[in-house]
Design a protein around this ligand. Structure first.
Ligand code: AMP
Ligand code: GLY
Length: 442
């Protein structure tokens, strides 16, 4: 078992009344977010990448098993079909939307990448920037964004920076260095871009939205200051405290004495979070106190918090800084391996809708989480423009926020956008230009 795997089984932890039932025959959207290679569409990757890809194949199997358990499908038959198809399609990226009963169309929509470059996307009027795809096997989120933007018939062009072969089928790709804000701004100016949509958190935390806004280019994504809601767990806790948003009790610790005191205050299971960006790898949930201390000491500042029971739900709020619109909820699976026994990942897979979730979940999250947080950010002089991702735990003591992210969730985006009927580009442009209140309902 990996060192940071919790000895807890999911079934031990999920003790409340909202336990998801088996979801047989529901029209679900399944996403598999892993790394594959494609023999026929991609050059073979350089040799040093192969071990990483092999690890991803294990994750892929775990995810398929996980999805099947939750979806109540005929596991052996479906697993055989999935592995058969994937045995012949190795590609980098994710698989977006589709009915689980139709695996072949899902596979046809594989997002591809070459494993060496960052993915980027732009549009005559939209840019999507994505992190290097060889880090976490992503690519599905930006492909899903590009695909949803591309559905809009009023859109003239879609550009992506740097793009991948899957995205290149629906957008114009530009191989630029997306870690350099000036380079992205220059490209947007050259192409006369109306709106830039930033996919991952890193460019936001590095101030890409500020650089674009300074050049009078609309950006869907928060400023550097507002992106701290994802960039620092401690900052997010302060905002939640000031906004009265329900979340786990926590301590922010900077040395071993504080760490041990906090761990002993809450007791096991211990929840330890590195304060800064960690691509989904900074959190450990464990019964093992020594392991909790070891993980905590790897970061100069950590947040240690009480354990929250109950299933998790991801709910996106689209905000223009004052108004916020909630999107449909999704559920993702963060831990690798069957039975949730593996380490936390950035997200193994997701599905939506959630027929087991309480009916009022969107309204409740708007009232108790999204609106108060957006108002608090505005009151601090750092309005949040972009996507506020609320990671929720439906606990036996009510809904609580586990985390905030400052961008579209990956892989939830792939399943949520597949269900969006209205125009994504209109929605994101309205958010980026302060006009959300004038939009009709989604
Ligand atoms: P985060 O990056 O804060 O979302 O944490 C990653 C994952 O760790 C979450 O999706 C949960 O599965 C788990 N986790 C985080 N905080 C808690 C908590 N307070 N109680 C139980 N599980 C947690
Ligand atoms: N799926 C988790 C995340 O996007 O952070």
């Amino acid at each position: 078992r990996p060192r940071n795997a919790s000895p807890l089984r999911a079934s031990d932890r999920r003790r409340n009344t909202h336990k998801p039932p088996h979801l047989t025959n529901l029209p679900l959207h399944l996403l598999i977010n892993c790394t594959f290679l494609s023999n026929h569409r991609l050059q073979p990757p350089p040799k040093p990448q192969l071990p990483a890809i092999n690890r991803q194949i294990d994750m892929r199997r775990a995810l398929v098993a996980h999805a099947l358990l939750h979806l109540g499908q005929d596991r052996p038959v479906l697993l055989k079909r999935v592995l058969h198809i994937f045995g012949h399609h190795r590609a980098q990226g994710g698989i977006i939307g589709a009915d689980i009963a139709q695996l072949k169309p899902i596979v046809a929509r594989l997002t591809l990448g070459d494993g060496r470059h960052e993915i980027q996307a732009v549009h005559d009027k939209h840019i999507i920037v994505q992190r290097p795809i060889n880090t976490t096997g992503s690519g599905g989120r930006e492909h899903a964004l590009a695909a949803a933007l591309n559905r809009d018939t009023t859109l003239e062009e879609l550009h992506v920076a740097p793009g991948n072969p899957g995205i290149a089928e629906i957008a114009l790709c530009h191989a630029i260095d997306t870690t350099d804000n000036n380079v992205v701004v220059e490209l947007a100016k050259k192409l006369n871009i109306d709106l830039v949509v930033v996919g991952p958190e890193k460019p936001l935390v590095n101030g890409l939205a500020d650089a674009l806004n300074k050049a009078n280019i609309a950006c869907f994504g928060p400023s550097k200051a507002a992106a701290q809601i994802e960039g620092s767990k401690d900052f997010a806790k302060q905002v939640m405290r000031d906004a009265g948003v329900p979340t786990a009790k926590s301590f922010t610790c900077n040395n071993q004495k504080e760490i041990e005191k906090a761990l002993d205050t809450f007791g096991a299971p211990y929840v330890v979070k590195h304060d800064g960006l960690a691509a989904g790898k900074g959190v450990v949930v464990t019964e093992d106190r020594d392991l909790a201390i070891e993980h905590a000491l790897q970061s100069p500042q950590v947040v240690i918090e009480e354990f929250l029971d109950g299933p998790e739900v991801s709910l996106f709020g689209i905000s223009d800084g004052t108004t916020v619109i909630a999107m449909q909820p999704a559920q993702d699976f963060k831990r690798a391996f069957d039975g949730d026994l593996g380490p936390n990942t950035g997200g193994m897979g997701a599905y939506s809708p959630l027929p087991w979730a309480p009916d009022e979940i969107m309204e409740e999250t708007l009232d108790k989480v999204l609106n108060p947080t957006i108002q608090e950010m505005a009151a601090r002089g750092t309005p949040f423009v972009g996507l506020l991702y609320a990671g929720l735990a439906l606990t036996s003591r009510g809904t609580k926020v586990i985390e905030f992210n400052a961008r579209f969730g990956d892989p939830e985006t792939q399943v949520v956008l597949a269900r969006l009927n209205s125009s994504l580009s209109e929605l994101l442009l309205a958010a980026a230009t302060g006009k959300l209140s004038s939009l009709p309902e989604l």
